[in-house]
Design a protein around this ligand. Sequence first.
Ligand code: 4AD
Length: 445
Amino acid sequence: MATIINIRDIARYEGQEVTLRGWVYNRTDKGKLQFIQLRDGTGIAQCVAFRKEMAEAEFEIASKLTQESSIIVTGAVRKDDRAPGIPGGYELGIKSLQLIQMADEYPITPKEHGVEFLMDNRHLWLRSSRQWAILRVRATIVREIRNWLDDHGYLLVDTPIITPAAGEDTTTLFSIDYFGEPAFLAQTGQLYNEANMAAFGKVYCFGPTFRAEKSKTRRHLMEFWMLEPEMAFFSLEDLMEMEEQFISHIVQTVLEKHQPELKILERDTSRLENVLPPFPRISYDEAVERLNKRAAEIKDPEYRAQVEIEWGTDFGSPHETELTQMFDKPVFVYNFPSVFKAFYMQPVEGRPEVCRSVDLLAPEGYGEITGGSERIWDQALLEKRVAQMGIGREAYAWYLDLRRFGSVPHAGFGLGLERTVAWICGLPHIRETIPYARMLNRKYP
Ligand code: 4AD
């Protein structure tokens, strides 16, 4: 019996007889020779069926194999620099072939397909090498998020998905019927994180979050994964220092581990090599100044109007795109106007119209990937803010308790996993960064 191996490890088996199990990615018919590109989830290897070296019946099957048919093949591994594949450079000379299932006509062929068609067939599209590459990078990002935090004294403390009240703004809540009472899907784990922070010091939660945002942009999902660290006795400056170390670690690890995937994605990796601390920091005031200066240089009046910005308004995509193009690294923008930021953000001393908040904008036009702040830790002020939100205090009573029993200055942020994956992989749209995207017009499959 030949050893069953993963295609990823094929180079280690040169000259040996092995068994591969997987799906036919592609097949080229050269009469007596069949070149089968076999995919097993860990890689793709060229397997060559040669009439003279196999049982006649098995060769017959090989020469009829359809795309995505499942097979088991056994043969010797040989080195051949011309052999395509992932990793490539080795092929298998088939001695025996077992058909598991001859696939029906596969809807996704090497020809071009429209995005909506591919999204309708997402359950199959995941098998394509681009999608394979993206989701492998995503898995590493998830792992390195956890690794870095676990190695730096942060404790994973999970937060609930079903919640009695809003965690961010009240306009983007998905409501559910909780035994006859209203409840909502979590928009953030932050408020619970703050309770956990007071119990454990440095904590994080990492899970799916839900926003009923009626936005149809390349950056918005209705269900996305958010990583949220929360730290006791952290200032905004501490937060920025931590974020730049953390983000740099993730990017550098992806570069180290995923060259083949980044090559499939045609990612310009030189733009990522640069992602090392320190990241530039500019205030919202400076950002507005820079944007208006930039706008003055723009000839097209329509686009100029999109880049111009009045102090006190939130950034739109053109603002973020322009700002990030002024820097070759992610850039922090801090001290935003309080009017468009969340109720829990600490006002700047002596200048209450702005708050101790910071967003991290990814370069190359990707824009906001993290949003965070110092939290209001004074009980009276937080009471006032909750009252201003115009929803019952009862739902927030537990949150307000945190300011009664050993309140401390603290800070935290949220990182959007999918936006981070889109940036690191260099993707134009967020929809391919998650296995099954939930968007304004899509919840299938
Ligand atoms: O800035 P946001 O709304 O922050 C919070 O929810 C805070 N409670 C986090 C915290 O401080 N603990 O969201 C954080 C990040 C954004 O920077 C963005 O990357 C991502 O979450 N995000 C989305 N990603 C995809 N689709 C959406 N609809 C998103 N909304 C936010």
